[in-house]
Design a protein around this ligand. Structure first.
Ligand code: ADP
Ligand code: MG
Length: 667
């Protein structure tokens, strides 16, 4: 290097020569001017420029901008090598310079160290130039630190976006409008929710993988996003990998990317919420149905009760009239017709009372299978020869505590309905079984209570029912049958009976698919109760001579019953109220053999009255009568087991027989 004079020395020498030789000076002038221009260009140019010897990395020259940028003077720089500035290991710098030399590369990205020790990101454009037979590298250096910094920040923000996207606990996806949202990116939660493995859905569109149950929804979603720039609460059905349909709420919005837009979507799977809502609505519907039945029941019960009393009077007076005229008298026939009509009306009111759960009952512990078996013959007659009746008794049934006549009503009504549903030939099956319901089942079925039940099911393969019919099934007077064919009281009666016995009903039916009515009656695990022996009702009305105290608040009924009993030879004390009955009993001189009392009266119920009178007449026999069981009885549901009971309205013969039966009972 020592034999190589400095640029300044050379310049000085040339100037000396020029000064001494005017000719030379003139000849070189244009050259000098051109040289000065380029020198200026190099030195004054705003871009940082270096001249480097690629063999060793020596910095041959540096311009003013370089001096300003690096913080070293031009002289200092000329003493340095590019390896002192470039942060790459020396060997690598050399290799890069080789590339520049062979023109393999003219653009580099490096980090340069400044005089103050700070490091800058630089872009270097290098070109090979020939200076006096040797190759030099002319490098222009751009400080791109700020840009790089911005790029890095962007990269980091994108990274944190994709991290946020990927790990968000809600299913998300995005796609670009460039390819018409074809290539979609899904996040972890999305894969999890819809059951896809990454390779099955990555980079494919929802349409492509069959995500949309209705493809039209996809277009609608994108359209809405386009119009409003965002979409909220977009409800749709999406299909998971396993085919299961999810109820989803979609939210979407556009994110601007340079040159294109990303449509970003968030999926809210509301399948469970939806199901719970539906469940709640169903329960609500069941509840209001139950409330409706309750109020209809009260109305029907109220009307039927009063009506029943009137019918009792009509029947009684008619019968009395019939006893007084000769059967050959034409009036007798008229009375018989009145009696028939009144009896039919009484049947109707009895069904209404049953519906209103106001049927007075005398429950017993029953083996349901045994009870049903005794009814099969009657049922076969009822349904006719063209229909098969299958009897499928379940094993090991616990007993139920019920009035056997109610079981008969249940079964007869169900079988008649099944028969009516079958056009020509068909099959009805009667089945029993033991079932237990837990809280979960009961939570979904209004009216059911957890516990052990005996099932009584009647199925048919008849016409079945549509939803409309099913929703009115238990309403009294709801019928789809022709006038005269149906009363609409069958299932209303069943409803009342089942409710009265704390059971519940389940109906399964579809048009053309037949019907199954399932009745669940609470199992009773107590010992079998005693069964009362029944007397043959067909025998002649029995007479007597005993004294009977009769208490009844309905004057007409009191009157008619008194007359009936007197007609049979009894001595009757009639009281309209319990108070009057007690007074009569106190004042009465002789024995009173029988108390016959209504169950529900304004002042005191029949049971309490009976207790009261027992203290005066310890041998007093008791017979209760009722058209229905109101308040007090409704609370207890029933009369005590074993008490003697007669349902209003009653016929003379039935009354006479019953009174005799009670009076003849051993003490
Ligand atoms: P009715 O039998 O007098 O019409 P119900 O209360 O017994 O009154 O029945 C009400 C209605 O329910 C019937 O008219 C019928 O439409 C429908 N129904 C009841 N049971 C069945 C059944 N097993 N198959 C088809 N429909 C039935
Ligand atoms: Mg019916």
């Amino acid at each position: 290097m020592t034999d190589k004079p400095t640029y300044e020395a050379l310049e000085r020498r040339v100037t000396e020569l020029e000064e001494s030789n005017f000719e030379l000076k003139r000849a070189v002038e244009p050259l000098r001017e051109s040289e000065a221009l380029f020198r200026n260009l190099f030195e004054r140019h705003a871009a940082v420029q270096l001249l480097i010897d690629p063999h060793n990395g020596n910095i041959m020259d540096a311009n003013g901008a370089a001096n300003a940028f690096y913080g070293w003077t031009r002289e200092q720089l000329r003493q340095m090598r590019i390896q002192d500035i470039n942060t790459l290991p020396r060997q690598e710098v050399k290799m890069e310079m080789e590339k520049a030399k062979t023109k393999q590369r003219v653009y580099f990205e490096f980090q340069h160290r400044l005089a103050d020790g700070s490091i800058r990101e630089v872009e270097v454009f290098s070109s090979k130039i020939q200076v006096k037979g040797s190759d030099l590298l002319h490098s222009i250096i751009h400080d791109v630190s700020a840009r790089k910094q911005a790029e890095k920040a962007l990269r980091e923000s994108e990274q944190s976006f994709s991290q946020l996207f990927e790990s968000a606990p809600v299913p998300m996806a995005y796609a670009s409008d460039v390819d018409g949202y074809k290539e979609t990116t899904w996040n972890e939660a999305w894969y999890h929710t819809f059951g896809y493995a990454r390779e099955q859905a990555e980079g494919r569109s929802g349409d492509d993988i069959g995500l949309w149950v209705n493809s039209a929804d996809r277009n609608r979603f994108i359209e809405t996003a386009n119009q409003q720039h965002y979409v909220t609460d977009f409800e749709t059905l999406l299909r998971g990998r396993d085919g299961a349909v999810h109820n989803c709420l979609l939210f979407g919005r556009f994110i601007d990317k340079t040159g294109h837009r990303l449509l970003m979507a968030v999926y809210l799977d509301i399948t469970h919420r939806k199901r719970a809502d539906e469940e709640r609505e169903k329960l609500q519907a069941q509840l209001s149905q139950a409330q409706k039945m309750e109020s209809v029941g009260r109305l029907a019960g109220g009307v039927a009760h009063d009506f029943n009393n009137m019918l009792g009077a009509i029947l009684g007076y008619t019968e009395l009239g019939m006893l007084r005229v000769s059967p050959t008298d034409p009036t007798y026939g008229t009375l018989a017709d009145i009696q028939k009509a009144a009896q039919r009306s009484a049947n109707l009111t009895r069904q209404l009372l049953a519906f209103a759960r106001k049927q007075a009952v005398a429950p017993k512990l029953l083996d349901l299978n045994e009870t049903l078996e005794g009814m099969l013959k009657m049922l076969r007659r009822l349904i006719g020869e063209n229909i098969d009746l299958a009897w499928l008794p379940g094993k090991d049934l616990d007993p139920v505590r019920m009035d056997p006549s109610q079981i008969e009503q249940l079964l007869a009504n169900l079988c008649v309905n099944a028969r009516d549903a079958i056009r020509d030939t068909g099959k009805i099956s009667v089945e029993t079984g033991a079932v237990t319901f837990d809280e979960i089942y009961c939570a979904a079925h209004v009216g059911s209570v957890p516990g052990k039940y005996v099932l009584l099911a009647v199925s048919d393969n008849g016409c079945g029912m549509d939803a409309e019919t099913r929703s009115h099934l238990f309403e009294p007077f709801f019928t789809t049958k022709a006038v005269g064919k149906g009363t609409g009281l069958g299932l209303a009666t069943i409803y009342g009976i089942v409710k009265q016995n704390n059971g519940f009903i389940d109906v399964h039916s579809q048009p053309g698919q037949g019907t199954t009515v399932k009745i669940y009656l609470p199992r009773n695990t107590a010992e079998t109760g005693r069964t009362t022996k029944k007397k043959d009702a067909a025998q002649a009305a029995e007479r007597g001579h005993e004294t009977i105290l009769i208490v009844e608040d309905e004057p007409m009924i009191l009157d008619i019953t008194t007359k009936m009993l007197e007609h049979q030879g009894y001595t009757v004390q009639a009281a309209a109220t319990p108070g009057e009955a007690i007074r009569l009993a106190r004042e009465h001189a002789g024995e009173i053999h029988l108390l016959m009392t209504d169950v529900v009266m304004p002042e005191m119920n029949g049971r309490d009255l009976a207790k009261n009178l027992l203290s005066l007449y310890p041998n007093l026999k008791r017979l209760f009568m009722s058209g229905y069981t109101a308040d007090v009885i409704a609370h207890h549901g029933v009369l005590d087991e074993g008490v003697q009971f007669i349902q209003k309205p009653f016929l003379v013969q039935a009354l006479a027989n019953k009174v005799r039966e009670v009076l003849d009972e051993p003490k």
